[in-house]
Design a protein around this ligand. Structure first.
Ligand SMILES: [Zn+2]
Length: 426
């Protein structure tokens, strides 16, 4: 009896795989190995080829091209999902609850009754009436981001291996650590992955085929003041770094340039961490925009504010360092929309209308696409991510699974001759 998508999902979410931004290792937490090793063993057991767990915690495997398809030159397709869950909320001791044929009434989570999933406040949830909903129990997140993706891809592998009549080209699977801390692709060897085109299963609402993300920079502003005894501060010329930091933050344009006041295609400047004391302070920012010109403009504004502050207080030393984080995948995907078009066709084939909302964030695919491997992001059904009210419907995960089955066949029918990324021979 093959494992169902639901039993796989319930098994995976109960394994704590929270990642940790402050850890220097890859994977960032030892706990992620538990799930990675389990996936490795399950892939071997189901008969996948070339199963390997790398020293940095990437599980890779191959589903060889079916007999007829192997005679044609079809591109190698990769599917990716990340095993870690967000550090933002506890992922320890997740108790998944299945609400079968959910009746549409608000769901109060038993371990923290203050947590209520209310359809009146969520159009997506309202649409899920009658479906089998899975939630956590109140004290943890669920981890459907991205264990829904993991469960969908593991079920896809099992299904394709059991149904050799479904024609497809060579498929690579990759389960990676540390997406939530922005390091998911750091140690992935594209030659080893060996794919010409890829998809992440890390989107949300059914029908989503995301091919545009933010372009992103980080900024670090350091303010060095002049430290003296406070009793003689006037005489010795104290310059308080904290007060200067406060002035800089107060000078940030708020309307139309902060996360709180922007949406859709608007970018922002967001201070997210302030540390230090009277002698020295550091402020960390993220800068976001869909367009590179807009991103550069935000960097310029921040530098300008720092320069203004420096001019007003020449005794301080103020530095603004900006470093690149990731870029909008749309810049590359627009040049050849085949991966997006086929994904949209697969969405239609399962009876959904495709939508492509630009993602106000980044995905592992942002990094891969920039490195040359086109990687749009597909839905996995997960909703309300990174908190106790996260949920997913079994039927939505099943739609994602069916979409993948359609997608591999569409590539077999129409993909011959597609070039995409050319991995170096391993
Ligand atoms: Zn995710």
């Amino acid at each position: 009896m093959p494992d169902s998508l639901l039993t796989r999902f319930l098994r995976y979410v109960q394994i704590d795989t929270q990642s940790d931004e402050d850890s220097p290792t890859t994977p960032s937490t030892a706990a992620q190995w538990d799930l990675l090793r389990l996936l490795e063993a399950e892939l071997r057991e189901m008969g996948a080829a070339e199963v390997r767990l790398t020293p940095h915690g990437y599980v890779m495997a191959t589903l060889p091209a079916t007999r007829e398809a192997s005679k044609r030159r079809l591109p190698t397709l990769a599917f990716l999902a990340h095993v870690d869950t967000a550090p933002a909320f506890s992922g320890h001791g997740v108790k998944p609850l299945v609400h079968r044929r959910w009746n549409g009434k608000p769901i109060r989570l038993p371990d923290d009754p203050a947590q209520v999933l209310d359809p009146a406040q969520s159009p997506e949830l309202k649409l899920a009436k009658g479906k089998d909903l899975i939630t956590a129990s109140g004290r943890t997140l669920l981890g459907a981001d991205d264990k829904a993706g993991v469960a969908i891809l593991m079920t896809l592998a099992d299904y394709l291996l059991r149904h050799p009549k479904i024609k497809h080209g060579p498929i690579r699977l990759c389960f990676n650590p540390d997406e939530e801390i922005g390091r998911g692709m750091d140690k992935l060897n594209l030659a080893e992955l060996g794919a010409n085109v890829a998809y992440t299963l890390d989107g949300e609402t059914p029908g989503e085929v995301v091919w545009e993300t933010f372009s992103a920079d980080g900024a670090l502003v350091t303010i060095e003041g002049v430290s003296t005894h406070p009793g003689q501060a006037k005489k010795h010329g104290m310059v308080n770094a904290l007060l200067l930091a406060g002035r800089l933050l107060a000078a940030l344009p708020r309307e139309g340039l902060s996360p709180e006041t922007t949406e859709k295609r608007e970018g922002f400047i967001h201070p997210y961490q302030l540390t230090g004391g009277a002698d020295r302070a550091e402020i960390r920012f993220i800068l976001r925009d869909f367009e590179l010109a807009g991103l550069a403009d935000k960097g310029k504004r921040l530098r300008g504010l720092c320069q203004g502050l420096q001019a007003a207080e020449p005794r301080a030393r103020i530095q603004c360092r900006i470093r690149k984080q990731y870029r909008n995948m749309g810049y590359w995907l627009k040049k050849d929309m085949t991966p997006v078009d086929l994904a949209c066709a697969a969405v239609r084939a399962v009876g959904l209308e495709p939508s492509s909302p630009p993602t106000r964030g980044g995905t592992d695919g942002s990094r891969l696409t920039e490195r040359g491997l086109p990687t749009p992001n597909l839905f996995n059904g997960a909703q309300n991510l990174h908190g106790p009210l996260e949920w997913v419907a079994v039927q939505d995960m099943e739609l994602a699974l069916k979409m993948c089955v359609e997608l591999v066949q569409l590539w077999a029918q129409r993909g011959a001759g597609y070039r995409g990324y050319r991995p170096k021979v391993r």
